[in-house]
Design a protein around this ligand. Structure first.
Ligand code: FAD
Length: 267
């Protein structure tokens, strides 16, 4: 790890100013992705701006048909929140199955989205629910946020402040997890909302994506069996020591069917 300056601002304004003034500064939330990257010298920022003391980034609020989760909310808080359990139980279950206890007690929603790891769970929920990502500058629709491998629509120094999730009629997430890290080899989030069905796939490709052929079938009949013959082609999917592209393509259909079955059963 190389030397860096450390700042812990108390307000969002102060954090934004520190990031703006120092071109080589990075925001720090739970540190579950950034600190390992610093240790491996994959990242060497001149300064870290710790968002942990900023009250505006905290809190979970269920208001009418929208659940808003602050960027600094930890995975363990989402997993145990009453409001999340009432509004979007599938989101609570997703958070409960992220990594291990340390990762869940430290990692945050904002950090996970900004990092956009290809195998992360939250991007599937955010895209699968058609959520809106709020930053200190603007609101970004999920469909426009995830751009590629570890790449998002965030500009340099832009800070995620919260995420607004529209409440679905029903939703569920099914993950085939790497047994060591719990990251998704393939994870599929499905939701049925007001007049629309969304299916988002993580882990399979360099970036989370929507399975539009599956969405069309499910819009006509929201049942697992309608997906039996829908195949996502393996071209462009990830292939590594854990699973081939062909195996991941197969898993997408299996996980999508499981997610729909769970949503129908209200699990
Ligand atoms: C052993 C292990 C297992 C894991 N397993 C899983 C898993 O099963 N599923 C899963 O989804 N994830 C998993 N993770 C990743 C974990 O969820 C991380 O918490 C998450 O990727 C990053 O969140 P963080 O709060 O720790 O962010 P940090 O590490 O603090 O930051 C990550 C990146 O986001 C930027 N950033 C942070 N907050 C903001 C913000 N508010 N606005 C803008 N930019 C910001 C930082 O500058 C940095 O570039 C695992 C991690 C570990 C170490």
């Amino acid at each position: 790890m190389r030397a860096f300056d450390y700042h812990r601002p108390a307000t969002l304004k102060e954090a934004a100013s520190l990031l703006r003034k120092n071109e080589n500064a990075r925001a720090l939330s739970g540190g579950q992705s950034l600190i390992p990257a610093l240790k491996l010298r994959l990242a060497a920022p001149a300064a870290l701006v710790d968002l942990g003391a900023i009250e505006e980034l905290r809190g979970i609020k269920l208001d009418g048909a929208v659940l808003t989760v602050g960027a600094m909310v930890r995975h363990s808080e989402v997993a145990t929140s009453r409001d999340v359990a009432i509004g979007i139980p599938a989101l609570a279950r997703l958070a409960e199955d992220i990594g291990d206890r340390q990762v869940r007690n430290m990692g945050t929603l904002g950090g996970a989205l900004a990092n956009n790891d290809p195998a992360a769970d939250y991007p599937a929920a955010v895209l699968g629910l058609g959520a809106t990502i709020h930053t200190n500058k603007r609101a970004i629709a999920a469909d426009k946020f995830f751009l590629g491998l570890y790449e998002t629509a965030l500009k340099r120094g832009e800070i995620i402040t919260s995420v607004a999730f529209p409440l679905p009629k029903r939703a569920a997430y099914a993950k085939f997890a790497n047994p060591a890290s719990r990251f998704a080899l393939v994870g599929v989030f499905v939701s049925e909302g007001a007049g629309s069905v969304r299916v988002a796939v993580t882990g399979a490709a360099p970036c989370v994506f929507r399975a539009k052929d599956m969405e069309k079938k499910l819009a006509a009949n929201f049942a697992p069996d309608v997906l039996a013959k829908v195949r996502v082609p393996p071209d462009g999917l990830n292939s590594d020591i854990h699973a081939s592209a062909e195996y991941r393509a197969h898993l997408i259909t299996v996980m999508a069917k499981r997610a729909v079955a769970a949503a129908v059963a209200g699990k």
